[in-house]
Design a protein around this ligand. Structure first.
Ligand SMILES: Nc1nc2c(ncn2[C@@H]2O[C@H](COP(=O)(O)OP(=O)(O)OP(=O)(O)O)[C@@H](O)[C@H]2O)c(=O)[nH]1
Ligand SMILES: [Mg+2]
Length: 295
């Protein structure tokens, strides 16, 4: 794999693409990440905990950040979290609208024409959550069977797995179980937040959507996933959904960071590092490379 760097597509966001060829299984990737770049755009600022889509299938019912997280953020004592990326992997059948969903959120565009994803792509989206900078690295994978082995190589290290299906095609919902199983296999047990997302909401009437959601919510509960219905075409629920993803991933990162620091008995005074006991230097925060994958 050859990796080449380019500049960000617009302030506050970096875009990258990995190409893979079935012949050589080679990939080329362009990437750029400046964690301390320009301020994040206003619509990426999250101050209160974003709400679920339906209480019948949600990962957390609470409406506020964890008390410890709020206090840590207020003190600006979030360790390396502000410099960290959480990896989000989007999987699901071909044509369900994975790329469209990501492009609606990251670029605010919608393309009626289908262009199959070949291998994988990724976008980096920067947020400010409870005053702390935070980024999601959103991986878009190919749904076509012939690219599956290439895409699955990128499942590892996911903090969030989004399994997408088309609300107008029940078969794609049935396949989400297998997509999730494949993605989970590459990750540590219980290390990922799972979302089940029904796409193309605009193509259904309200009643038809509600009907499709009954089965989806049932499956989401089985998968221990949070359920959302969205439309990349109209943009309905897209920002709310990714805000929820970002907030849950952020909160988990802060809590994990606190736990790590506590277990290392790191002593901090007035925001500055003073002294660390009981842990050799190489165990501190697991080094920079682990910051690219949180699980
Ligand atoms: N009406 C409507 N069409 C959509 C929506 N989202 C995606 N589409 C259309 O569905 C088709 C497939 O969308 P993609 O986003 O390319 O699907 P994909 O899941 O990325 O497909 P692969 O890359 O092959 O896995 C395209 O023609 C899109 O325009 C939506 O919310 N509403
Ligand atoms: Mg695609």
């Amino acid at each position: 794999m050859v990796i080449a760097a380019t500049g960000p597509a617009r302030p506050g966001r970096a875009a990258s693409r990995a190409f893979a060829t079935s012949a050589g299984h080679s990939a080329r990737m362009r990437s750029s990440l400046t964690p301390l770049g320009p301020p994040v755009s206003r619509n990426r600022i999250i101050t209160s905990f974003p709400k679920w889509y339906t209480p019948d299938a949600c990962l957390q019912l609470k409406e506020h950040f964890h008390g410890q997280v709020s206090a840590t953020c207020q003190r600006r004592n979030t360790g390396t979290v502000g410099l960290r990326l959480s990896k989000v992997v989007v999987v699901g059948d071909l044509y369900v609208g994975k790329t469209s969903l990501i492009h609606r959120f990251c670029k605010n565009v919608f393309d009626r024409d289908y262009k199959a994803t070949i291998g994988v792509d990724f976008e980096i989206e920067r947020f400010e959550i409870a005053g702390v900078p935070y980024s999601l690295q959103i991986w878009d994978t190919a749904g076509q069977e012939k690219f599956k082995c290439i895409a699955s190589a990128y499942y590892r290290g996911a903090q969030v797995i989004i399994t997408a299906f088309d609300l107008t095609d029940v078969q794609t919902l049935e396949h989400t179980r297998q997509w999730l199983e494949d993605a989970l296999r590459e990750n540590e047990p219980d290390s990922c937040f799972v979302f089940l997302v029904g796409t193309k909401k605009d193509l259904l009437s309200g009643a038809a959507c509600e009907q499709a959601e009954v089965e989806a919510v049932r499956l989401a509960n089985e998968m221990q996933a949070e359920y959302w219905s969205v439309s990349a075409k109209t943009g309905e629920n897209v920002k709310a959904f990714f805000s929820r993803v970002a907030a849950l991933a952020f909160e988990q990162s802060v809590l994990q960071d606190l736990e790590r620091r506590n277990s290392a008995r790191l002593q901090v005074g007035d925001g500055d590092l003073i002294r660390m006991e009981g842990s050799p230097p190489e165990t501190q925060e697991s080094t920079t490379s682990s910051s690219l994958g949180c699980c």
